[in-house]
Design a protein around this ligand. Structure first.
Ligand SMILES: Cc1ncc(COP(=O)(O)O)c(C=O)c1O
Length: 456
């Protein structure tokens, strides 16, 4: 790290509070400053190149140097740099993107609503559901069930939906009306001898018990990511979504699919809902919607949600919700061009094919002494590190081995992210087989280096 008093590193320490960072440790460790990007690579301010194996934060589908997105932004910026959708106003990118998303949806959807982040979108989903329950004359129906290890964001409502301790401890969360049910992580949570199907059946039974204990008339919705991301890339076990949805249908509970990571190709289908047969009433999307070149997120809602909401807004006089930059014309124009690129270049097909290759290559590492589980689908995966394969015990403090290996991997030129002891891989959808090989080779080296330190 450059420690000169006016170096970018020193100024970063002086002026920035970092997201998801130990603020005290950062004062010692300082930042990794990324200066530029090209394809799946980024380069730091010392000129060192890395494969961005997390696509930033699960988001840069088309890679880090897509001129067509720059051009789309420039063109829209010169024509209409800003407008909004309050009080009956609209603009072309907003209309075009809403139409495109409703048409792309894998289940019948009615309307799109635009927000700026995944968290805002999930807050909006929660507010829409409460509004709807009131509209239907069911003011008691306000509870939303989420899952342990689910990730839905960090604003007050979305962090409440998130099922991870670090997002709630000392923030006085979760708020009322949020319930959490079990995470569907078969490898970690299944009982001895339980098959995946049996595990899924048990989780569905647990969900039903929770609903009955709370009173079905008080439960409005269930939210889930088709594949959990930030909770450690948890792929649902066989039969899981089918059994969960059967319970939701039985009690007329809405399903919100949080497609913020899975959406736009990640799992090898356009939406994770297609990969796992989800039939959501609300779909939440962001990240790969614009490849995160600009902030934008969206909700798609079906008529079960829209119709009562429309009635309620008519009764009150307005739907009193919306964000200044929601559906921003430049972000919407970039999103439209990004979706064109994903379709033209068949990046969903690439996620399926190169994704299958990445899964196969990662699974070759299963025999490594430190690897407890390799899991994933399409171009999203994680390897979970353990000190003892038989007991699945961590090395010292949980997360220590993940952090150690992640640090070594970064030194070896690959940016991953450790969620506890799970190292995630979620590269841009443009990745090639040869580039997957580069990741695997750096990962093997890093695992061996980590093993040496563990043994020492
Ligand atoms: C599934 C999911 N939902 C919601 C969010 C929150 O999105 P944001 O960070 O844009 O608020 C994320 C972010 O990683 C996510 O992965």
């Amino acid at each position: 790290m450059d420690t000169q008093p006016n170096s970018p590193e020193a100024r970063d320490i002086r002026y920035n509070l970092h997201a998801y960072t130990n603020a005290r440790r950062h004062q010692e460790a300082g930042p990794l400053i990324i200066e530029k990007g090209e394809g799946i690579y980024v380069e730091d301010n010392s000129g060192k190149r890395y494969i961005e194996a997390m696509a930033g934060l699960w988001s840069v589908a088309v890679g880090f140097s897509e001129q067509r997105l720059v051009d789309a932004a420039t063109k829209q910026m010169s024509k209409l740099p800003y407008y909004h959708s309050f009080t009956h106003k609209a603009h072309s990118p907003l209309i075009d993107l809403a139409e495109k998303l409703v048409q792309m949806a894998p289940v019948p959807m009615s309307k799109a609503f635009f927000t700026n982040s995944g968290s805002e979108a999930n807050d909006t989903a929660m507010k829409m559901i409460w509004y709807r329950s009131n509209a239907l004359g069911q003011p008691q129906r306000k509870k939303i069930i989420s899952r342990q290890r689910g990730y839905h964001g960090v604003t007050i409502a979305s962090a409440s939906l998130t099922g991870l301790p670090n997002n709630q401890i000392s923030f006085d969360l979760p708020i009322a009306n949020v319930l959490h049910t079990a995470s569907p992580h078969y490898w970690r949570e299944a009982r001895p001898g339980e098959t995946e199907e049996q595990f899924s059946t048990r989780l569905a039974e647990e969900l039903e018990k929770l609903i009955l204990a709370e009173g079905p008339e008080t439960v409005a919705a269930f939210i889930g990511e088709p594949v959990m991301g930030a909770g450690g890339v948890v792929v649902p076990p066989a039969g899981y979504w089918e059994k969960i949805q059967a319970v939701l249908k039985k009690y007329d509970i809405l399903l919100i699919a949080d497609e913020v990571i899975c959406g736009f190709g990640r799992t090898g289908e356009m939406f994770g809902s297609q990969t796992y047969g989800l039939q959501p009433d609300i779909m939440v999307m962001s990240k790969q919607l614009s490849s995160s070149y600009l902030p934008i997120s969206a909700l798609l809602i079906n008529d079960k949600v829209f119709e009562p909401l429309a009635d309620e807004s008519n009764r009150i006089g307005t739907f009193g919700h919306g964000f200044t930059a929601g559906g921003h014309p430049v972000a919407a124009a970039v999103a439209l061009e990004n979706l064109r690129l994903i379709e033209e270049r068949d990046l969903v097909g690439n996620a399926r094919e190169v994704g299958a290759y990445m899964q196969q290559r990662l699974r070759e590492l299963s025999s490594h002494e430190l690897v407890g589980e390799v899991r994933g689908i399409g171009l999203i995966a994680a390897i979970e590190l353990v000190a003892d394969k038989a007991t699945k015990a961590p090395w010292g403090q949980p997360g220590a081995l993940g952090a150690l290996t992640n640090g070594l991997l970064q030194q070896n030129g690959v940016i991953s992210r450790n969620m506890g002891d799970a190292l995630a891989f979620c590269p841009p959808l443009i990745i090639t087989r040869a580039q997957v090989d580069e990741i695997i080779s750096a990962l093997k080296t890093s695992l061996d280096e980590a093993l040496k330190q563990v043994r020492a």
